[in-house]
Design a protein around this ligand. Structure first.
Ligand code: NAP
Length: 234
């Protein structure tokens, strides 16, 4: 299995990120599994990739903190090589409620984890990838959400607003670095079966809402991983 290409997938210990890491590895990428707290889950993903003959490391880093992001990129470069793909997938959401029930602290945390992380990782990636700086180019895929369009009323307007920011950052950056050998895109998943819905206090959210989906079913993380991988492909 060739490993010329290296991908960092943030928040890849679980859910969509984990499936994305496995898919990149199956397609010859050396991958970095990133997580914030769940080391056991990250090790499981890493071991699954290693057992199939892939190249993989796991790095604990809070991607909303600049020093952690710099350490993440430096570790990956030293252990795997030139980073040619970045998937900004890590994000959190909090309990469902109305806007007036959201505290300033919660709003700030959601923006920090969901938007600052994307900004910081894009910055480190662009510094290295840009042909203007002597880099060899690369691809960035940001994981937004259908929430950026719906606004998530009575659920989590803070989360929806953070994904609106991710959409705008994606568009601006795509135009800014298009001539520097870097492609930037985003995916907006709908209702996907992951543990994230439990964080919102509704672990069965996908099944409760799936009748509103034309196909009458929720999505699985692998389907989102395939869209991310396609956007990262040549
Ligand atoms: P998930 O199952 O809750 O997993 C979240 C991942 O992010 C975990 O690996 C977690 O690490 C990591 N993480 C959280 N905060 C982090 C931080 N500060 N630094 C580093 N890693 C961090 O989430 P998911 O449902 O797969 O969602 C993945 C992406 O898809 C998110 O951007 C989400 O907004 C988006 N999305 C999901 C859905 C859906 O229906 N599930 C729909 C639309 C969009 P630990 O394991 O260490 O906690």
């Amino acid at each position: 299995m060739s490993s010329d290409k290296v991908a960092i997938i943030t928040g890849s210990s679980r859910g969509i990120g984990a499936e994305t890491a496995k898919l990149f590895a199956e397609n010859g990428y050396a991958v970095c599994i990133n997580y914030i707290a769940n080391e056991a889950a990250a090790e499981n993903v890493k071991n699954e990739i290693l057992q199939k003959g892939g190249r993989c490391i796991s790095v604990q880093a809070d991607v909303s903190i600049a020093a952690d992001v710099i350490r993440l990129f430096e570790t990956v470069e030293a252990e795997l090589g030139y980073v040619s793909a970045l998937v900004n997938n890590a994000a959190v959401l909090k309990k469902q409620c109305s806007l007036v029930e959201i505290s300033e602290e919660r709003f700030a945390e959601i923006l920090r984890v969901n938007v600052m992380s994307c900004f910081l990782c894009c910055k480190e990636a662009i510094k290295r990838m840009s042909t203007k700086n002597g880099g060899m180019g690369g691809v960035i895929v940001n994981v937004s959400s259908g929430a950026s369009k719906s606004g998530s009323p009575n659920e989590y307007i803070d989360y929806a607003a953070s994904k609106g920011a991710v959409d705008t950052l994606t568009r601006g950056l795509a135009l800014e670095v298009a001539a520097e050998g870097i492609r930037v895109n985003a995916v907006r998943p709908g209702l996907i079966y992951t543990e994230m819905h439990a964080s919102g206090g509704k672990p069965d959210r996908v099944d409760r809402l799936k009748s509103k989906i034309p196909m009458q079913r929720g999505g699985n993380p692998k389907e989102v991983a395939e869209a991310i991988f396609w956007l990262a492909s040549d």
